[in-house]
Design a protein. Structure first.
Length: 207
């Protein structure tokens, strides 16, 4: 028999919600860590809340009367937040709508998926794209062209002016070469024998 009329989450559901976002608050502007050590060396501290997307009880924020009790207490109706953000979203349910919170949740889970198992060094490294001036002949001679074609791409040189049109509308992308320092180089040429002028090498997957 239910003792209260709230559809609270089970401990397992709360734990899964926290784990699915790596114990970080799901508000993209917050991302505060919500767990850490207590002084006692066997215990941990929790500053996170398994918040209800639609309220656990009738007078609560974003309450959805069409849900069953099980659905209301189910994991799809939960989002992991820090205590501050949990308060924030419940104080302003007009701004923090169900749709809004669901977007936070899926972005936070996606972020956790991308971070998982990666070292801090690789995760935080900002990759810089630098321009590298080459000659069209060099791209042929060095085997760059051949290598990219073998990966199933079409290649073309385009003028700097047309680059964004081709990239945005036609689905081409600049050829970026990995550099020893981890940066990427975008290939530019100014001496193409046929087209002439300042050109950028683009690639596009063959259909
Ligand atoms: Zn937060």
């Amino acid at each position: 028999m239910k003792i209260s009329n709230r559809d609270d989450f089970s401990e397992t559901t709360k734990r899964s919600l926290a784990e699915r976002v790596g114990f970080l608050c799901s508000n993209p502007n917050c991302k505060a860590p919500t767990s850490g050590p207590q002084i006692s060396n066997s215990k941990s501290m929790n500053a996170g809340v398994a918040a209800h997307i639609t309220a656990a009880a009738q007078d609560g924020p974003r309450y959805d009367y069409t849900l069953s009790s099980d659905e209301r207490a189910g994991i799809t109706n939960g989002i992991w937040l820090c205590q501050n953000c949990a308060k924030l979203v419940d104080n302003d349910p007009i701004r923090y709508t169900v749709k809004f919170l669901c977007q936070w949740k899926s972005a936070a889970e996606q972020g956790a998926l991308e971070r998982i198992g990666k070292t801090a060094r690789n995760r935080d490294k900002k990759i810089k794209v630098i321009d590298k001036w080459v000659s069209a002949a060099y791209t042929e001679k060095s085997g760059i062209i051949k290598k990219i074609q073998e990966q199933g791409y079409k290649l073309r040189w385009t003028t700097a002016k047309k680059e964004s049109e081709r990239v945005d509308l036609e689905g081409w992308e600049p050829v970026l070469l990995g550099q020893p320092n981890g940066n990427k180089a975008r290939l530019k040429a100014k001496d193409h024998s046929v087209i002439g002028g300042y050109l950028i090498l683009l690639k596009k997957k063959k259909l």
